[in-house]
Ligand binder design. Structure first.
Ligand code: AMP
Length: 225
């Protein structure tokens, strides 16, 4: 059992395309949180062809969730290894109620309290428009959109000069599977955090610049509502 004051844990979740990654990366820059993005961890493993990457890639390309048995130890290891800085921010985890329950236990074991769950509520039309135009930098992970957040030079990352790519799972067929997986497995995580009293709902339909200040206010205000 970890000693001393508890470190802060914040979960950011919502359907694919809600803007979790974009918002979380800004929060990391502005608040110095330690960033745990399970999608990024998996994509890196796929790129390096590690055993984890090989196991995960088929599920990911189809838009299905990777199993809890694979995901839970990855996150626990990161919580244990990290120093947490001013807190941890989790992006893309938990995606099932089982993951949420395990996260509570793992957090407790490592002296962390999940005191805020930011739910980016987003409608289907917005999701499809965002995902189909999304481009990412495979080198530094920065997220762009061909219309909403265009890079200064087409196809080139503003931050590191990397060549932007479209994610394999941002194709239409995979998008539909991801939305179905969200409805089937992730939506009930909302109630998990609502019942815990730490849920804050944020409008994910508006541009990031519009919703970000309300997220900042919530974080500075302490706990969820
Ligand atoms: P993301 O970058 O968060 O959209 O995640 C991309 C893909 O990685 C998802 O569609 C899943 O296949 C997989 N993935 C990421 N996080 C999780 C998780 N917590 N549980 C299961 N699969 C995940």
């Amino acid at each position: 059992m970890a000693q001393g004051p508890k470190k802060r844990g914040i979960v950011i979740f919502g359907p694919p395309g809600a803007g979790k990654g974009t918002q979380a990366r800004r929060l990391v820059e502005d608040f110095g949180f330690e960033y745990i993005a399970t999608g990024d961890i998996l994509r890196e493993a796929v790129a390096k062809r590690t055993p984890l990457g090989i196991k995960a890639s088929e599920h990911m390309n189809r838009g299905e969730l990777v199993t809890d048995e694979v995901m839970i130890p990855i996150v626990e290891e990161r919580l244990k290894a990290g120093d947490g800085g001013s807190g941890f921010i989790l992006d893309g985890f938990p995606r099932t109620v089982r993951q949420a329950t395990m996260l509570e236990e793992a957090a407790r074991r490592n002296g962390i309290e999940i005191d805020l769950a930011i739910y980016l509520k987003t409608s289907k039309d917005v999701i499809v428009q965002r995902l189909s135009g999304r481009r990412i930098c495979p080198k530094c992970g920065t997220i762009f959109h061909i219309v909403n957040i265009p890079p200064k030079v087409a196809g080139v990352c503003n931050k590191c000069g990397g060549s932007l790519i479209q994610r394999e799972d941002d194709r239409e067929e995979a998008i539909l599977t991801r939305l179905a997986e969200y409805a089937r497995q992730t939506a009930e995580v909302i109630d998990f955090y609502r019942n815990k009293g730490v849920l804050v709902e944020v409008n994910g339909d508006v541009p990031v610049e519009v919703s970000y200040p309300s997220i900042v206010k919530t974080i500075e205000g302490g706990r969820g509502l």
